[in-house]
Ligand binder design. Structure first.
Ligand code: NOJ
Length: 559
C-alpha cells in the first residue's frame, strides 16, 4: 500500500510556552523542547507540531504574529529553531509549524503601514471599510473574543476587520500580494527544513465581499458566525497547494471549525489538490447546548450517541476520499479525562479508554502535550486564568450582559475553557513540576505531585506506557491504517464499540465510557476471540467477566 508518511504517523502537539523552560524565565522555549526530544522519541511519536513561536506581542499566545520569519526572543533565537529542526530530523522526527495566515498582529510592519493611509503599498493588505453614516461599524459582525469585529482606526478614518482580538487584524486574501507574501514565507520555512503546516482557521480566509449583516434572531448587538467557507476559500486553498504544498511536498492539516463530514471531502479529496487533512470541531460540540445564547459556555452532558455518530460519519464519508485528523485535545480544548471521563477515581482508565477509541480509528492521531500522561483540568478561580477568550467572554457574559452567574461561568470554564490545556507540562513531582526553575508564566495544576512524567515512567501501569503501546501498535498494524470501519451498537449510551477489518482479520475496539459495570455478554455473546491486542485492565484474560468502569480493549476475532 502506498501511503504518505503522515498516514502512518502519530503527531504530537507542543504548546511551546508551557512545555519546558530551559532558562528559568518561567516561559517554555525551544532549547527546552530540544532537551525533551529523547522523551518524545521514547514515547514513539513521528512528528511535532509546534504552536506559533514567531515574533509576537502574545496577545493571543502567539496566534498574533508580528514577524513570520523570526522567532520570538522569549522562545529563543532563529538559530535555536534551525537547531531544533535539524536535531529533530536527526532523530527521525518531522516538524510541523503553525500557519496563522487569516490574520497577523497589529504590530506587524504590514499593518503598521496599512493603518497609516489609504494609498500606500500595504493599504490593501487588510480589510478596511468606511463607517456607516452615523459613524457606527460597517456591519453587525462580532469578534470571536467578544464585541464588534470592527475597530476604528483614527489615522485612516476607517474601520478594519478582526475576527479575533482587535490586535489581530484579518488579512485581505483578495489581494494577490498578500497571498504571494504568505506563499514566500511558507517556502522560506520549507528551506529551513519544516515538513508541514497546521493551518489556523484556514476556512476563514475568504470574506464575502458584500459585507452584509449576519442574521440576528436573538437581537444581539454583534453577531458572530458566518466566518467560514467564503466564496473564494477553496480557490485560495488550492492556490496554497499549487504554489507550496504540492511542489515542496509539505503536509497540511487545516483548522476547519464548521466542517461536517459531508463537506470535508472538498478539502481533503486528493483529486482536488487542497489539504491533506482538516481538524473539524463537530465532535467537540457534543456537550454544548445547541443555539445557547452564551455560546461555548452553555454546556450539556456529553451525548455519547452523537459523538459516535459524528466520528463514524467522518470515518465513512472520507473512506477512500480523504484522510481524517483524529484528536480529542489541543491547546483550545479541555483535558478529555476531566471533560468526558472521570479524572478522580478512574483517571488512568478513562484516559486510556478515550485513547483507545481515538487511536483505533482511521486517520492520523494527534496527541496534545500532557495527554500522554492523563493530565487533568485544574479548576482555577477566575483570577487565575490568562486566556483572552475566557477573560473577554467573562466580562461580556457575566459582568455586562449578566446572562450567566459567575458560578455558572466558572463551572463551564472548569469543564471546557482553553486554559485547561495550557497549564505547564508536568514533568516531575518537584518544584514547578520540573517545568521551570523560575516563576512559571501560568499557574500549575496542583495535581502535578501525582500526575507527572516521572511517576508515569516509573510505573508499568501508566497512561504513558499505554500510549507507548498504542503508538507502537499503529506503526506495525496495517489494519489500523487501512482497515474498513463499522460502528456497533450506535444507540448505546455507555459503550463505544467498532470493528476494523483488513485482509481477512477483524479487530474489535471497545470502550466502556461510564462509571458502571456492564454485562459483557451483550457485546460478545459467543465469547469467542483469537487474542487480545491491547487492554487497560491487566487482569482481563478472556471475555467472561463484566466490563469494568472505563474498561477498554482491542481484540482479534473471527470474521
Ligand atoms: C485558532 C487557534 O487554535 C486559537 O488558539 C486562536 O486563538 C485562534 N485560532 C485565532 O488565531
Amino acid at each position: 500500500m502506498n501511503k504518505k508518511w503522515w498516514q502512518q504517523a502519530v503527531i504530537y502537539q507542543i504548546y511551546p510556552k508551557s512545555f519546558m523552560d530551559s532558562n528559568g524565565d518561567g516561559i517554555g522555549d525551544l532549547p527546552g523542547i530540544i532537551s525533551k526530544l529523547t522523551y518524545l522519541k521514547k514515547l514513539g511519536v513521528d512528528a511535532l507540531w509546534l504552536s506559533p513561536v514567531y515574533q509576537s506581542p502574545q496577545v493571543d499566545n502567539g496566534y498574533d504574529i508580528a514577524d513570520y520569519r523570526h522567532i520570538d526572543p522569549m522562545f529563543g533565537t532563529d538559530e535555536d529553531m534551525y537547531r531544533l529542526i535539524s536535531l529533530a530530523h536527526a532523530q527521525g522526527l518531522k516538524i510541523v509549524m503553525d500557519l496563522v495566515a487569516n490574520h497577523t498582529s497589529d504590530q506587524s510592519v504590514w499593518f503598521q503601514e496599512s493603518r497609516k493611509s489609504r494609498d500606500n503599498y500595504f493599504s490593501d493588505f487588510y480589510i478596511w471599510r468606511d463607517a456607516k453614516s452615523d459613524g457606527s461599524e460597517p456591519n453587525n459582525w462580532g469578534s470571536n473574543f467578544g464585541g464588534s469585529a470592527w475597530e476604528w482606526e483614527p489615522q485612516r478614518q476607517q474601520y478594519y476587520l478582526h475576527y479575533y482580538a482587535k490586535q489581530q487584524p484579518d488579512l485581505n486574501w483578495e489581494n494577490l500580494r498578500v497571498r504571494q507574501y504568505i506563499f514566500d514565507m511558507m517556502r522560506f520555512w520549507k528551506a529551513k527544513g519544516v515538513d508541514g503546516w497546521r493551518m489556523d482557521v484556514i476556512t476563514s480566509i475568504s470574506k464575502d465581499q458584500r459585507f452584509q449583516d449576519n442574521p440576528n434572531p436573538f437581537k444581539q448587538t454583534y453577531v458572530t458566525g458566518n466566518q467560514d467557507n467564503g466564496p473564494r476559500m477553496h480557490e485560495f486553498i488550492h492556490d496554497i497547494n499549487r504554489e507550496v504544498l504540492s511542489p515542496f511536498e509539505m503536509m497540511s492539516v487545516g483548522e476547519s471549525p464548521s466542517s461536517t463530514s459531508f463537506d470535508a471531502r472538498k478539502f481533503v479529496d486528493p483529486d482536488r489538490e487542497e489539504l491533506d487533512m482538516v481538524f473539524t470541531f463537530e465532535h467537540m460540540h457534543v456537550d454544548r447546548k445547541p443555539h445557547g445564547r452564551n455560546g461555548r459556555w452553555d454546556l450539556q452532558p456529553l451525548d455519547l450517541v452523537a459523538l459516535k455518530q459524528i466520528l463514524s460519519s467522518w470515518q465513512t464519508n472520507l473512506w477512500q476520499h480523504g484522510w481524517n485528523a483524529l484528536y480529542f485535545e489541543n491547546h483550545d480544548r479541555a483535558r478529555v479525562t476531566s471533560r468526558w471521563g472521570n479524572d478522580q477515581q478512574y483517571r488512568y482508565e478513562s484516559a486510556t479508554a478515550f485513547a483507545t477509541v481515538l487511536h483505533g480509528l482511521q486517520g492520523t492521531p494527534f496527541i496534545y502535550q500532557g495527554e500522554e500522561i492523563g493530565m487533568t483540568n485544574p479548576n482555577f478561580e477566575i483570577n487565575d486564568y490568562e486566556d483572552i477568550e475566557l477573560l473577554t467572554n467573562y466580562r461580556e457574559i457575566v459582568q455586562e450582559k449578566q446572562t450567566m452567574t459567575k458560578a455558572e461561568f466558572l463551572a463551564a470554564a472548569h469543564k471546557i475553557s482553553r486554559d485547561n490545556a495550557r497549564t505547564p507540562m508536568q514533568w516531575a513531582p518537584t518544584s514547578n513540576a520540573g517545568f521551570s526553575s523560575g516563576h512559571p508564566w501560568f499557574k500549575l495544576n496542583p495535581d502535578y505531585t501525582t500526575v507527572n512524567v516521572q511517576n508515569d515512567q516509573s510505573n508499568e501501569r501508566s497512561v504513558f506506557a499505554y500510549y507507548q503501546k498504542l503508538i507502537e501498535l499503529r506503526h506495525r498494524s496495517q489494519i489500523l491504517v487501512a482497515g474498513t470501519y463499522q460502528l456497533n451498537c450506535p444507540k448505546n449510551t455507555r459503550i463505544f464499540e467498532y470493528e476494523r477489518i483488513y485482509q481477512g482479520v477483524k479487530w474489535t475496539i471497545i470502550a466502556n465510557l461510564s462509571n458502571d459495570e456492564l454485562s459483557i455478554s451483550t457485546y460478545f455473546p459467543n465469547k469467542k476471540y483469537h487474542k487480545f491486542i491491547l487492554k487497560n485492565y491487566k487482569d482481563r484474560k478472556d471475555l467472561e467477566c463484566n466490563l469494568r468502569p472505563w474498561e477498554s480493549f482491542i481484540i482479534e476475532q473471527e470474521i
